[in-house]
Ligand binder design. Structure first.
Ligand code: FES
Ligand code: FES
Length: 170
């Protein structure tokens, strides 16, 4: 066993872990943070995405020991002061989820992406979220939510243009 000390959602957490334990299982089983989901365990689906030192990371691709001394944020750490994070609020407002299984990973990946590109196009959002799969195939509203979080006033135009053309439609 190896001792790790990780700052998780702003709190210092220490534990003995198996050297082979994946970060996602340390979070879920070691710390009880079950908001981070496991969809594939093979780095394909993105449902396990968290932030490590503010970068989006698929937590099934990282060992818990590799997180030693680092800062990890999970979906549980996104809301603050009783208020949803603006990305969570945008998902809620735009119905960006169906079963919700992919949602924590989508929110974490999208939040990290907007740190790199605060004003993305619809195409850029779709490309940025390519590593996050939604088994309910609700991509339209997920993309709409991310554009809304980036720039609330333009989301109707961006998605409306994609669906109906720039002049709108029925
Ligand atoms: S569970 Fe990590 S990418 Fe699917
Ligand atoms: S909302 Fe069901 S997997 Fe995405």
């Amino acid at each position: 066993m190896t001792r790790v000390a990780v700052t998780v959602n702003g709190e210092q957490r220490e534990a003995e872990v198996e050297p082979r334990q994946l970060l996602v299982y340390f979070l879920r089983e070691g710390l009880g943070l079950t908001g981070t989901n496991v969809g594939c365990d093979t780095s394909s689906c993105g449902s396990c995405t968290v932030h490590v030192d503010d970068e989006a990371v698929k937590s099934c691709t990282m060992l818990a020991v590799q997180a030693d001394g680092r800062r990890v944020t999970t979906i549980e750490g996104m809301a603050a002061g009783g208020q949803l994070h603006p990305m969570q609020e945008a998902f809620r407002r735009n119905h960006g989820l169906q079963c919700g299984y992919c949602t924590p990973g989508m929110v974490m990946a999208a939040t990290s992406y907007l740190e790199e590109n605060a004003s993305p196009s619809e195409t850029e959002v779709r490309q940025a979220l390519e590593g996050n799969l939604c088994r309910c195939t609700g991509y339209q509203n997920i993309v709409k939510a991310v554009l809304d979080a980036a720039s609330p006033e333009r989301v109707g135009r961006a998605i409306g243009d994609a669906v109906n053309g720039p002049e709108g439609g029925a």
